[in-house]
Design a protein around this ligand. Structure first.
Ligand code: N01
Length: 510
């Protein structure tokens, strides 16, 4: 594909722009896809971004205390190491600025159309193109890549009376930086990865913070530290050293898979560490009991923090475990009848993951949306393609999530797969490439078999990793290097390809 695209500005009203590849989103996945395309010499593509800047999840999650709980040396693109990470675990502003600098360095920004929310995408079987409608105009694309992310759309809890609340309600992923919490009575609902970062960040500032906990999380110490200037210099002079550190971090984290997916006994040291951490940081036995998890470690994401337990133990903090009965205009009432005056409610209640909103907007060959096809659970071939949805690639799709290591590693594995699919299409002169239902069934069976003995299914918790039927449709249930091996090359035998000018039906029958 060669480019005729000089300026991917908003299309004129009514005009439909022709592009080779339309990519939805500009987070790690979208940017990575753009860079992969450029490396192929392909510049005929657009990145459709609903917001006004690149960054995706890391742009949107700008709540106080937002930081990554995977070391930055690992949580970054392998092809764009950053010797200047200021800390072992970076905070949101550094990660966002890294993504912006990657976009600039690789010339991705000129392909971005900002303010372009994809409202619908439909495969036109006659034209063999994706028709993509956005709030900034319409596109016709040969290939559609959804890099919309799994942690993109906030999940709001269904709590009686929440709509009647007269104060401020804010979700962790839609933080209002202009709202000053100083001196307020704040309610934080949820105790996941986001909440345990928000609570210590706001506790010193507010008059009072009530943390509404439904399930106590497992928390281990955060071994964070500033990266000294000499080490940054060393990384700059000897990039191989930073690469080696990255490799070591990857290897150590991968050991967790043994405990989570193979043999539960290997999780015991992590559980002991978490219990000792709680014991050291919380002296009050009643509070400690309330903070003690009642399920196997690893069933939900293992959290890392040194300041969450001290924050909930502070005199102006309260851990509320009674369960929320209702929200009133100026208070929250728990099931034990206690009413707590509240000025601001922080919803740290997670995201739509097993019911991705983007899936409701992408319709395949027979007109059904991904959401409809996935009504009984998300299925795919190699987490990336779906039967009935030709020339569509999903990044951060079903069963590609990881709780123990860097998501960027998984994204790069998928990028190699998409790259090989595009190469195959070009080499074989294929206009259409579609995976088979059989390949999808085989992949679903592989996921089910490898998930069977994992802590996510039998660890005694409910988590966003599982769908409404209790199936693992989000996590990759094995070592991540096995996913990389599986996606290194396109499994050509699992695809039907249609050359330009040939009838698709003939090909499928052949
Ligand atoms: O969301 P979550 P999150 N009433 O879904 C509770 C990534 N991340 O935004 O456990 C009361 O994990 C819910 O309770 P329960 C990371 O992958 C990464 O914190 O279901 N409570 C839970 O406590 C993470 O896994 C970083 O019983 C309600 C919380 O809300 C993912 O994002 C940082 C409720 C939701 O937890 C999501 O994390 C932050 C209700 N009606 C996030 N509904 C890094 O550092 C929900 N809850 C990389």
């Amino acid at each position: 594909m060669t480019s005729t695209l000089e300026n991917p500005a908003t299309t004129a009203a009514g005009a439909v722009r022709e592009v080779g590849v339309a990519v939805i989103g500009t987070g790690f996945a979208g940017l990575g896809m753009a860079i992969t395309l450029k490396r192929r010499g392909d510049t005929d593509f657009v990145l459709l971004e609903r917001a006004g800047d690149v960054g995706g999840t890391w742009r949107d999650n700008a709540y106080p205390g937002a930081a990554c709980d995977v070391q930055s040396n690992l949580y970054s693109f392998s092809f764009a190491p950053n010797p200047d990470w200021p800390r072992t675990y970076s905070e949101q502003p550094e990660i966002q600025s890294y993504l912006r600098s990657v976009a600039d360095r690789f010339g991705v920004r000129e392909h971005c159309v900002f303010g372009a929310e994809v409202t619908a995408a439909r495969w036109d079987d006659d034209a063999r193109r994706w028709l993509v409608s956005t709030t900034a105009g319409d596109y016709r694309a040969r290939v559609l890549v959804s890099a919309a992310g799994a942690l993109a759309d906030p999940r709001l809890p269904d709590i009686p009376g929440l709509d009647s609340f007269a104060g401020t309600v804010v979700h962790s992923a839609r933080w209002d930086a202009g709202h000053d919490l100083t001196g307020e009575q704040v309610a934080v609902i949820g105790t996941g990865a986001s909440a345990i970062q928000i609570v210590p960040a706001i506790q010193p500032q507010v008059a009072g913070v009530a943390v509404y906990q439904r399930t106590a999380p497992w928390i281990v110490p955060r071994t964070d530290a500033p990266v000294p200037a000499w080490r940054r210099r060393l990384y700059r002079r000897v990039p191989a050293l930073q690469k080696a550190v990255r490799g070591a971090l990857y290897g150590v984290r991968e050991l967790l898979v043994v405990g989570m997916a193979k043999d539960r006994r290997f999780l015991r040291p992590a559980a002991r560490l978490a219990r000792a951490h709680l014991h050291c940081q919380v002296r009050d036995p009643r509070l400690r009991a309330a903070l003690t998890p009642d399920y196997t470690i690893g069933c939900k994401r293992i959290l890392i923090s040194n300041d969450y337990y001290p924050a909930v133990s502070a005199p102006n903090a309260e851990l509320v475990t009674a369960g929320i009965a209702e929200v009133r205009p100026h208070s929250i009432v728990t099931r034990d009848g206690v009413e707590r005056p509240t000025d601001t409610i922080v919803l740290a209640t997670g995201f739509h993951v097993t019911d991705l909103p983007i899936a409701e907007r992408i319709a395949g060959r027979d007109g059904r949306t991904l959401a409809e096809v996935w009504a009984d659970g998300m299925v795919s071939n190699r987490s990336t393609t779906v039967a009935g949805f030709p020339n569509l690639f999903l990044l951060v799709g079903p069963n590609v999530g990881v709780g123990h290591t860097s998501m960027v590693y998984m994204i790069e594995s998928q990028l190699a797969y998409v790259d090989d699919a595009l190469r195959t299409m070009a080499e074989e002169g294929l206009e259409v490439l579609e995976t088979t239902a059989g390949a999808q069934r085989a992949y679903r069976d592989l996921i089910a078999a490898r998930s069977r003995d994992t802590v996510w299914l039998s660890g005694g918790c409910s988590s966003w990793y599982l769908d409404a039927r209790g199936h693992n449709t989000t996590l990759w249930p094995d070592f991540t290097f096995r996913f990389r091996r599986l996606t290194r090359r396109l499994d050509r035998e699992n695809y039907v390809g249609t050359p330009a000018g040939r009838q698709a039906r003939e090909e499928v029958a052949a």
